[in-house]
Design a protein around this ligand. Structure first.
Ligand code: ARG
Length: 570
């Protein structure tokens, strides 16, 4: 049950006007509070304290209200009956979002032949959780791994391969497109070296850069040799991405349609832009002016074709908007990238508005902060390179292994992997997404504090109790609740509200922090409220088992939304 909503709806109905409910941090005086008397006193021509008294009396008539009290100039505190709270634990969950939408979720967005690095961590982890939350609320989401598979980097990679294997058939004038070229497949570790080498060379060697540019343009126009080579390395790269997606326990993407797919719509999009008079020529390039008179900050035009006639990243995003419009026709599109792409998306959303493809308020860009090392600078490996995602996962895995060995526990590999995954992902989710954070592989693996392992440990602990108790008790007679039981129940009944706010605020940290608060209350309950001990009477045991069961259910849901796995032991 969404306790907040239930109480709020009942109160509004009783009063005949909307009383906004607050959830006080300290529940000593009440579970909920409202300033409705102060807000409405003027309109009703009454003194706030007097009105508060009337409201408080009337609310006391609601069957779930235990008591009300008035504080300060007219705040009303509302205390809920214990028995009502206890029974609410077994109430069915309700459909959640008031209005469900079709949402295109654009995250991940990896690049072909560039191995995933630390910069892809947040778009992957947060994007996946946001997707899971949206689905839990009943939205229909379509997740896009908008792959960078068609730009200049493709030309650079092919130019590099041409340099190291000039004898390969792809570069020969009598190339045979009908043949099978799978024998040219290279190991991904080798493929990954091509782009960095090519990019470095292109910086100093103009002829090589020109060659890469030409190859890019020819590939985009359908050069059979380049296309065949592209089709050799593309699946290798996709398989490597899938491996990481799998390791990160992300939901599979609904599609991997990225820049290349979007580029298929170049013709209709260009025609649309020309027909609308939106294309302007500037130094040989085609641009769209997106500045408004009301702008205070500079707003450069967005590039559609550069002066060499190549399709730009900006342009492929316009085409992708067009593609999504004519296929999914979503109510909303959410993009999740590094905050440095802010301007790109501002420009893009203006094009959407100018062309009428989407109203600007239906397009959202969430820009996330940087992951720094303990030195406060962007996280690097020991040799000074941007850390690869696979290396980072290994680092966390090693840290967990060391910790487990030190504690003398004996855990299998599957469990170590689950703990490492939780350490990495929870740490990412728990931080405010829009800010930078410091990543320290050692501290994130601690079994205590605001960490993934602590969350899993709590889940395993409570599931052990439930397993030992066997089938859950029937005939529970409500007696009374102690403070630790009551606090835990209040938190359990706050899950649905948290889920909604996490989505409404696009704030995945709310789920992570909720899970942490819940775990703390579970552990306090575990210590202070024995369940299976011999001296606990049967009814108390049954009540506590009910609470433990509900707590586990909600914790498991939160853990699932974060894409973590609960190990069988810990
Ligand atoms: N591949 C891009 C990058 O790595 C991110 C793409 C984000 N999505 C989009 N539709 N532009 O920077």
């Amino acid at each position: 049950m969404n306790l907040y909503k239930y109480v709020s709806d009942a109160i509004n109905e009783k009063l005949g006007f909307v009383a906004k409910l607050d959830v006080p941090r300290n529940r000593e005086f009440g579970d909920f509070a409202t300033n409705a008397a102060m807000v409405n006193a003027k309109i009703l021509g009454k003194n706030p304290r007097e009105l508060a008294g009337e409201i408080a009396n009337s609310l006391r008539e609601l069957d779930f209200v235990a008591d009300t009290s008035i504080a300060g100039p007219g705040f009303i505190n509302i205390k809920i009956k214990d028995e009502f709270l206890f029974n609410a634990l077994s109430a069915a969950p309700e459909p959640m979002a008031q209005k469900t939408e079709i949402i295109d979720m654009d995250y991940g967005a990896y690049n072909v032949a560039k191995s995933l690095h630390i910069g892809h961590l947040r778009t992957s982890i947060v994007g996946d959780t946001l997707n899971r939350i949206a689905r839990a609320l009943g939205h229909k989401t379509i997740s896009y791994n908008h792959i960078g598979d068609w730009g200049r980097s493709m030309g650079l990679i092919i130019a590099w391969i041409e340099r190291i294997h000039p004898e390969w058939p792809f570069f020969s004038p009598d190339f045979d497109p009908a043949r099978d070229y799978s024998e040219y497949a290279m190991p991904v570790s080798e493929l990954d070296t091509y782009y960095p080498s090519a990019a470095a060379l292109a910086k100093t060697d103009d002829a090589f850069m020109d060659r890469a540019r030409l190859i890019t343009a020819e590939l985009q126009r359908g050069h059979p040799g380049y296309l065949a080579l592209y089709n050799v390395f593309m699946p290798i790269s996709l398989a490597a991405m899938d491996e990481i997606i799998n390791k990160l326990n992300m939901l599979p993407f609904d599609n991997n349609l990225g820049e290349r797919n979007a580029a298929r719509y170049e013709e209709p999009v260009e025609k649309m832009l020309i027909d609308m008079g939106l294309i302007e020529h500037s130094d040989g390039a085609e641009v769209i002016v997106v500045k408004k008179d009301t702008d205070n900050a500079p707003m450069p035009p967005i590039m559609f074709h550069n002066s060499r006639g190549a399709t730009t990243y900006d342009a492929t995003d316009i085409m992708a908007l067009y593609y999504r419009k004519i296929t999914d026709n979503p109510d909303r599109i959410i993009y999740l990238t590094d905050s440095r792409q802010k301007l790109h998306f501002q420009q893009l959303f203006r094009v959407a508005e100018l062309t009428g493809l989407f109203p600007a308020d239906r397009l959202e860009h969430i820009g996330y902060g940087t992951i720094n090392g303990t030195d406060g600078k962007p996280f690097k490996t020991r040799d000074g390179n941007a850390a690869g995602l696979a290396d980072i996962m290994q680092m966390v895995n090693d840290a967990v292994r060391t910790r487990v060995a030190e504690s003398g526990k004996d855990l299998n590999d599957e469990t170590i992997d689950a703990i490492a995954l939780a350490a990495l992902k929870f740490n990412d989710l728990v931080h405010d997404l829009r800010s930078d954070y410091i990543f320290d592989p050692t501290s994130v693996t601690s079994f205590e504090g605001r960490t993934g392992p602590y969350i899993l440990y709590t889940a395993v602990r409570i599931s052990k109790v439930l397993n030992r108790a066997g089938t859950s008790a029937q005939n529970v007679q409500f007696m009374k609740l102690g403070a630790d039981e009551r606090n835990l129940i209040m938190e359990i009944l706050d899950f649905d509200r948290t889920l909604r706010s996490a989505f409404d605020n696009r704030a995945t940290d709310m789920i992570a922090n909720y899970a942490y608060d819940l775990c703390q209350l579970i552990n306090t309950f575990y210590h202070n409220c024995p369940i299976l001990r011999d001296d606990v009477d049967e009814n108390t045991r049954a009540m506590r088992l009910n609470i433990a069961n509900a707590a586990y259910t909600v914790l498991a849901r939160a853990i699932d939304l974060m894409g973590l796995k609960i190990p069988s032991q810990m």
